[in-house]
Design a protein around this ligand. Structure first.
Ligand SMILES: NC(=O)c1ccc[n+]([C@@H]2O[C@H](COP(=O)([O-])OP(=O)(O)OC[C@H]3O[C@@H](n4cnc5c(N)ncnc54)[C@H](O)[C@@H]3O)[C@@H](O)[C@H]2O)c1
Length: 325
């Protein structure tokens, strides 16, 4: 059972979650519903799925709308919200490199238009924006702290940073209650890409050999998706909301080797690890995060690494029919 910011009353609050049918968004929606909130999800289902929300389908309002086209003033005056979690986005770097204008429109311009509407309405609510570790670019040191240089190296990172900066300005100049959460890579059920899903897919295809990029010593912070969602709620409930940004990670370090071995243990297979010897382009050796600032709000990750992996394995088996026993 997840403990949800007991000092802030979510019960009866109207919450809008853009991108709520997505990976992180759907877990956030589940936690909000469990906390007694009235939740509306606004999502195009571009990468999100209705079945991500199956457990709360009868308790939420779902609206299939595009954040690039919505008339926010009109929408929010007919659908008032106490808190907005703005997660809808192109969530990955490669599409932003292939088509920067798509990323700009979805991630930056749509966020700017939302902020403008909130400014004009003099909206009194709270907004948390899903930013990303990509704002840092190539980290100058680890663990990464919020005050470290932000030098994005992709249109995705630049768009997230620009949106963050506008949030900060709209917070200080116009008094909006806003903050950004810089998610580091999250993992968990419903994520159909990234390293945990990739390793399980490989183990499903071949239980005798497991190909690992690089030499397996790369260090990462593995943020369980429900902890990511809980962090966003913690920021909404407890931060001063004057435009600041918070790193969101687990604050724990594991190598890819440890991850791969843990997954093998979980599914009960013992493949030979085959290392490619070279990291994928742009993959740093060590990517870890300092979450002291987030912890100062009283946040503590609630899920152990092994517990999170077990949940992914269970989900993976359910949706793919994989069976290793
Ligand atoms: N997953 C991570 O590790 C991670 C890391 C850093 C930042 N983030 C950020 O967190 C947020 C959620 O990421 P996620 O991993 O859940 O990704 P996701 O792709 O699963 O979720 C994004 C959601 O936004 C929706 N969406 C996309 N374009 C839309 C549009 N124009 N209008 C309305 N809805 C639209 C998608 O359908 C999807 O449901 C994103 O803003 C992402 O950039 C995620």
């Amino acid at each position: 059972m997840v403990t949800v910011n007991e000092d802030f009353t979510w019960t009866g609050k109207s919450i809008l979650v853009t991108g709520g049918a997505g990976f992180i968004g759907s877990h956030l929606v589940e936690l909000l519903v469990a906390a007694g909130a009235e939740v509306t999800v606004l999502d195009t289902l571009a990468s999100g799925r209705r079945d991500n929300l199956v457990s709360v389908a009868g308790s939420i309002t779902f609206t299939q709308q595009d954040i690039r086209r919505i008339a926010w003033n009109q929408y929010l005056s007919t659908h008032p919200a106490d808190v907005i979690f703005h997660l809808a986005a192109n969530a990955y770097v490669p599409p932003s490199v292939a088509c920067p204008s798509f990323d700009y429109e979805t991630n930056f311009a749509a966020t700017f238009r939302l902020l403008e509407a909130l400014r004009v309405m003099q909206w009194p609510g709270r907004l948390v924006f899903a930013s990303s570790a990509a704002v840092y670019g190539n980290a100058v040191r680890v663990p990464i702290r919020e005050e470290d240089p932000t030098v994005p190296i992709s249109p995705y990172g630049a768009g997230k940073l620009a949106a963050e900066r506008y949030l900060a300005i709209y917070g200080s100049l116009y008094g909006l209650n806003v903050a950004s959460v810089r998610f580091f890579s999250a993992y968990g059920p419903r994520q159909r890409k990234q390293v945990v899903f990739d390793l399980l897919s490989k183990l499903n295809d071949d239980r005798r050999n497991l190909v690992i990029h690089g030499d397996g010593t790369q260090v990462r912070d593995f943020l369980y998706v429900k902890d990511a969602a809980l962090s966003a709620m913690t920021v909404a409930a407890r931060a001063s909301l004057s435009g600041e940004a918070y790193n969101v990670g687990a604050g724990r370090e594991y190598t890819i080797d440890v991850l791969a071995k843990s997954l093998c243990e979980q599914v009960g297979v013992h493949p030979e690890f085959r290392y490619t010897g070279v990291n994928r382009p742009g993959d740093p050796e060590k990517l870890v995060v300092d979450i002291t600032k987030l912890k100062s709000l009283g946040y503590e990750p609630q899920f152990e690494f092994e517990e999170g992996l077990a949940a992914v394995v269970e989900w993976f088996q359910e949706v793919t029919g994989a069976s290793w026993r």
